[in-house]
Design a protein around this ligand. Structure first.
Ligand SMILES: [Mg+2]
Length: 331
C-alpha cells in the first residue's frame, strides 16, 4: 500500500506544457499518469484539432508521441521545452467519420479486471479531473422523476461504415419509435466517441434533434471520455457515467441510469449500468430484419417500474422481457 501510494504521488504530479500550433502557443496541464491519448485530448480542447489528426513533435522523444498508450511519466517532458503540434481542424466532417480509426472487436475484460479498473484511485482521479473540466450543456431540462438513458451512436443507432446516398438508409430501424417510447420514462442523452460537431450533424440528419415526440437532454462527445489502463489490454477509452451523475446529482445516479453501447469496454467504470447492444452493421442487408430497438423498448419500459436498476443484470435483458417484470418481482 505504502509503495503504491508513493508511486502514484510522483505520477500524479502536474506537468505544464507549452504547445505551439499554427503560430500560437497554448498551455496544457497534464499529469504523469495521463497517456499520450489524454494529452492529445487536452490539446483538442484548445485547438479543435481532433486527436487522430495531431502529430506531436518534442525534442529527444523521437516517435514515442505517436504511441497513444504511452504514459507521459515515461517521457522526458520538461516545462521549459516547447512541444509542436502539426494538424488541421477537420473541414469535411463527413469524410472524417469514414476513415475514423476504430477497433471493431469488442474485447472482453475479465470480471476481476473490470472491478480493478473502476476501483483504481488513478482512474477515480481521472474522472474527478474530467468532471471539473467537461461541462455538459443541456439542450433540454432534466425532468423530475425520470430515469436516464444514455446512447452510443456508431453501430448502436447508426451504421457509420456502410456507404449510402442518404444517412437515413443507415439509421437503425425503429429509432424514432424507440426514442418516443423511451422518452415517456427516461431522459435521453447521446454520447459518442467522436466530436460534438459530428454528433450534432449526424443526429440532425437523422431527425433526432427535431422530432416533436421526444427531446434529447444532452449530447456528449469524446472529450468527456477518460483513458484507463488494463493490465492485459493496454490503454483504452471509456465513457464514465459518473461524469453525468456528478453534474446532475438531483436527477441521475447509478440507481436510475442505463446505457446502451455496442462496446462493453465503454462501461468499464460502471459495468452495472451498461447494456451491450447487438451492433447494427451492414445496414443495407439488415435494415429489414433488425428488431433490436423494438425489443429493447419492451425491456426499458418494463424496468422503468423499478425504483432501482442497479441490481439488474443487463446481460440477461432478453430473458427479463420474456419473464415479464411482475413474475420477476414476486420471485
Ligand atoms: Mg459504437
Amino acid at each position: 500500500m505504502a509503495a503504491s501510494a508513493s508511486n502514484s504521488s510522483s505520477s500524479e504530479e502536474e506537468i505544464t506544457l507549452t504547445v505551439k500550433w499554427s503560430g500560437k502557443e497554448y498551455t496544457v496541464r497534464v499529469c504523469g499518469d495521463d497517456s499520450v491519448a489524454e494529452l492529445k485530448r487536452r490539446i483538442c480542447e484548445l485547438t479543435n484539432v481532433l486527436p487522430k489528426r495531431q502529430k506531436l513533435l518534442y525534442p529527444k522523444v523521437g516517435s514515442k508521441l505517436a504511441d497513444d498508450s504511452l504514459l507521459l511519466s515515461q517521457l522526458p517532458l520538461k516545462s521549459s521545452l516547447k512541444m509542436t503540434m502539426i494538424g488541421t481542424v477537420e473541414d469535411d466532417i463527413i469524410v472524417d467519420q469514414v476513415d475514423s480509426p476504430e477497433i471493431v472487436d469488442d474485447f472482453e475484460l475479465g470480471k476481476d479486471e473490470v472491478i480493478d479498473i473502476k476501483d483504481k484511485d488513478v482512474n477515480k482521479q481521472k474522472l474527478r479531473r474530467r468532471i471539473s473540466i467537461y461541462k455538459i450543456e443541456l439542450r433540454n431540462p432534466c425532468r423530475e422523476g425520470k430515469k436516464l438513458l444514455v446512447l452510443d451512436i456508431d453501430y448502436t443507432l447508426f451504421d457509420h461504415r456502410s456507404p449510402a446516398e442518404n444517412p437515413l438508409q443507415l439509421m437503425r430501424p425503429f429509432l424514432h419509435e424507440f426514442l418516443t417510447a423511451a422518452y415517456a420514462e427516461y431522459d435521453i442523452m447521446i454520447w459518442s466517441a467522436t466530436s460534438i460537431r459530428w454528433v450534432e450533424l449526424k443526429m440532425g440528419q437523422l431527425g433526432v434533434l427535431s422530432n416533436p415526440n421526444y427531446k434529447i437532454t444532452a449530447l456528449l462527445d469524446h472529450l468527456a471520455m477518460i483513458t484507463v489502463q488494463s493490465d492485459y489490454r493496454g490503454t483504452f477509452d471509456c465513457k464514465p457515467l459518473g461524469l453525468i451523475w456528478a453534474q446532475f446529482p438531483e436527477f441521475y445516479s447509478s440507481r436510475n441510469t442505463i446505457m446502451f453501447d455496442d462496446l462493453r469496454r465503454n462501461f468499464v467504470m460502471n459495468p452495472q449500468n451498461g447494456l451491450v447492444i447487438k451492433p447494427f452493421r451492414k445496414a443495407h442487408a439488415n435494415r429489414d430484419s433488425d428488431q433490436e430497438l423494438m425489443k429493447l423498448t419492451q425491456y426499458l419500459l418494463a424496468i422503468a417500474e423499478l425504483d432501482d436498476l442497479s441490481h439488474l443484470d443487463h446481460n440477461n435483458w432478453e430473458l427479463y422481457s420474456e419473464d415479464g417484470p411482475k413474475r420477476r418481482r414476486h420471485a
